[in-house]
Design a protein around this ligand. Structure first.
Ligand code: ATP
Ligand code: FE2
Length: 342
């Protein structure tokens, strides 16, 4: 069975094609800005502009045509309204034109479920660290529950904001990581874990003050030291919450998800923690950690397989009007989704 997944929750327009568990294509194009953050309407315009080309490239890569596709999956939420609408209408249009069933999936859960496509992971705690989201998630009685999360900004957005302040461009995570390699001393920063949640905005303010001190020559540490220290600090915070969730839920596996998961130092710290606690760690490759269409296709496939035949029949989009009205859920939280496919 061939599934095509469309991802458009934020800056990335991605199309993934899978044949059962096998990846046939994973093509994406990301909206970037020279300065400042993402402007939702502009990102949506980007998605509309590149959609046909990305689809064509994915089909070519997979050596198939639309007629070979058995199911289309799209990210229904959470995400930026204009971006979600651009992607869902594109996917619904394909469903209508080609008479293919269409299924919507939750983006955050797709980050988690991708683990089961690429490995033998069974029941992990997901450390989900992306731009907009930072959540520690695990399955308990019918739903993926959030055991801890950020109280303000996501880890990626936090690193991006810090990088913007330093004037080193977007996305900031990889740039901070590069500078951190040359850091020599640890500079003490606020460490903010409140119960099972973390908070990052105060650390950002503190970092900005420290940058100003460096500029005025008042301190002996450098920007490299700050980059090194901020990684040690905030990654420890997320790992502390993850570790507690693991023991609370009595799980044996940790899965990393989201773009910040590409960070080599975070992976190394996670590996160390898992070794000490006798846990198995799963780290998808970079292309599957950051936003992508493959994870959307995979979750769509899993959900579809769990439906009855009559439910499957209902999924194909039947009119142009239905294409425009296809459902999006910009604020859907992970723990609102009933997990019927496990
Ligand atoms: P979501 O909608 O799930 O919140 P997202 O749209 O923010 O996802 P992702 O692709 O999952 O997108 O993650 C992007 C983030 O990952 C950016 O903030 C970027 O700075 C960060 N990032 C990418 N590579 C690295 C790295 N090596 N180290 C740290 N951060 C990284
Ligand atoms: Fe994401």
């Amino acid at each position: 069975m061939i599934t095509l997944g469309v991802e458009t929750t934020a800056h990335t327009f991605g199309v993934g094609i899978i044949k059962d568990k096998k990846i046939l294509a994973n093509v994406k194009d990301t909206y970037t800005t020279e300065t400042g953050g993402i402007i939702p309407v502009q990102a949506a315009e980007h998605h509309k502009r590149v959609a046909e080309d990305i689809l064509k490239r994915a089909l070519d890569k997979a050596s198939i045509s639309m007629g070979d596709v058995d199911l289309i999956a799209y990210s229904r939420g959470p995400g930026l309204g204009p971006c979600l609408r651009a992607g869902s209408r594109f996917a619904a249009g394909l469903s209508f034109k080609n008479r293919i069933p269409l299924i919507g999936v939750n983006h955050c859960i797709a980050h988690l479920e991708i683990g089961s496509m690429i490995s033998d992971v069974k029941d992990p705690v997901l450390m989900y660290v992306s731009g907009a989201n930072t959540q520690v998630i695990a399955y308990e009685s019918g739903k993926y529950r959030i055991f801890g999360e950020t109280l303000d900004m996501g880890l990626g957005n936090f690193l991006d904001s810090f990088a913007r302040y330093l004037g080193i461009g977007f996305p900031g995570g990889p740039k901070v990581a590069k500078l951190a390699e040359k850091g020599k001393q640890f500079v003490k920063l606020p460490y903010v874990v409140k119960g099972m949640d973390i908070s990052l905005s105060g650390i950002l303010t503190n970092l900005k003050q420290k940058v100003e001190k460096i500029k005025s020559g008042k301190v002996d540490y450098t920007i490299n030291d700050l980059c090194y220290s901020v990684q040690e600090d905030v990654f420890s915070m997320v790992l502390e919450v993850t570790e507690r969730a693991v023991f609370h839920c009595n799980k044996k596996e940790v899965l990393i998800g989201g773009g910040v998961g590409c960070n080599k130092r975070l992976q190394e710290m996670s590996r160390k923690m898992c070794e000490e606690d006798n846990l198995k760690l799963y780290v998808p490759e970079n292309n599957l950690l950051s936003d992508n269409g493959v994870m959307i296709a995979w979750l769509g496939y899993k959900k579809f397989k769990a439906l009855r035949e009559d439910e499957k029949q209902e999924l194909t989009v039947k009119s142009k009007e239905d294409v425009m009205n296809v459902e999006v859920r910009p604020y859907e939280r992970t723990d609102m989704v009933k997990v019927y496919w496990r």
